[in-house]
Design a protein around this ligand. Structure first.
Ligand code: MUC
Ligand code: MG
Length: 366
């Protein structure tokens, strides 16, 4: 079997409301659908959500990277040769979301060729996982309303709270969330580098007082000594996300003492490098969990496959709810979150069938 074509299709799907965090805001899903077709007619898909504030990519740069750099090495290749393809892709630096989408689409093809769902190919640790919801920045009242909707409509009991603003405002939101949701729900926080080290140290202690269990990216990890000071002083683990986006970057961050736990995202490391990162974390006795790149439905399905595939990830709630912010998407069957859980798809590959009418409607390149 050989890859016969690789497409990168830009989409624009409006959001029901904007999603804000300390390093940016999204108002529409300007994602890129990567579609890999083989000579025997299999079609795999992956999704690249461009995040310029995190990886420096835009929808146009993702399309150009896939079309001009990756398609020429992919066409004619055997999709099973994922390690060779990985080496070819990594001759280009960065372009993380573009690479993640290509790798996701490759695993979709391989799963279909084997007649097995991706989570089974990865190791079939679980059939479903707990769902976590990421609460965007807003007033305490707005943030509580968002969490309550998720709890009441989908049974979600784990929440990542965006922080990184003036500390009093963030603490008011966390206090309000704890008061409304009770002690049993899990709250963890993500500052997206919004604080300096001194503020982050105070924040970590105050957040811990409210039962917040982890603090993601409190400050820019490039403030090297500041970050290490936070890690030493914080009563809760510091999680690497945008500072730990490659296998080597994760190794350096953990060994240098810049983070103590790792957020893994299919949007930037697909399945191949995500699995390598998780193995590294397991070997070092460090927890890894699946984060959300403000993903659409394809990456949501892929994140669940990854979480159900690997035991070290299946233990933690998986951030899967952000697609609900979108008014629609191109997937024929939207993901379903029930009683706080989401199940892996049983169809071969990702089981992510694209609705041709929706694709025609939302693509921006025609
Ligand atoms: C997250 O966990 O940080 C916000 C920006 C980004 O690149 O990802 C999101 C979520
Ligand atoms: Mg994060």
């Amino acid at each position: 079997m050989k890859i016969s074509s690789v497409e990168a299709i830009p989409l624009a799907v409006p959001y029901r409301r904007p999603f804000a965090f300390a390093s940016g805001t999204v108002t529409a899903a300007d994602h890129v659908l990567v579609r890999i077709t083989t000579d025997d007619g299999l079609v795999g898909v992956g999704e690249a959500p461009p995040r310029p504030y995190t990886y420096g990519e835009t929808a146009s740069s993702v399309v150009a990277a896939v079309r001009d750099l990756f398609a020429p090495v992919l066409v004619g290749a055997d999709p099973f040769a994922r390690e060779r393809i990985r080496a070819d892709l990594h001759r280009t630096v960065a372009n993380n979301a573009a690479k993640g989408a290509v790798d996701t689409a490759l695993w979709d093809v391989v799963g279909q060729a084997c007649g097995q769902p991706v989570h089974v190919l990865l190791g079939h640790a679980a059939d479903d996982v707990r769902a976590a919801h990421m609460i965007g920045l807003g007033t305490p009242r707005e943030m509580v309303a968002d969490a309550v909707e998720m709890r009441d409509d989908h049974g979600v009991e784990a929440f990542k709270v965006k922080v990184g603003r003036e500390l009093g405002v963030d603490l008011a939101a966390v206090r309000a969330l704890r008061a409304e949701l009770g002690d049993a729900v899990e709250l963890y926080a993500d500052a997206n580098r919004g604080w300096d080290a001194d503020t982050a140290i105070v924040a970590a202690r105050r957040l811990a007082d409210h039962g917040v269990t982890m603090l993601e990216e409190p400050n820019p990890a490039d403030d090297v000594l500041g970050r290490r000071r936070i890690v030493r002083a914080s009563p809760i683990p510091v999680v690497g996300d945008e500072s730990t986006i490659t296998l080597g970057g994760v190794a350096r961050s953990l060994l240098d003492g810049d983070s103590e736990s790792i957020s893994v995202k299919v949007a930037r490391t697909g399945f191949t490098d995500s699995a390598k990162i998780v193995g590294l974390c397991e070997g070092l006795g460090v927890s890894a969990m699946i984060g959300n790149q403000i993903d659409g439905m394809v990456n949501t399905v892929a994140s669940v496959a990854l979480g159900c595939g690997l035991a070290a990830l299946a233990r933690h709630p998986v951030e899967v709810t952000n697609f609900l912010l979108m008014s629609d998407d191109v997937l024929a069957e939207p993901p379903v979150i029930t009683d706080g859980r989401i199940a892996a798809r049983q169809a071969p590959g990702l089981g992510a069938t694209i609705d041709p009418d929706k694709l025609a409607h939302y693509r921006t390149d025609t």
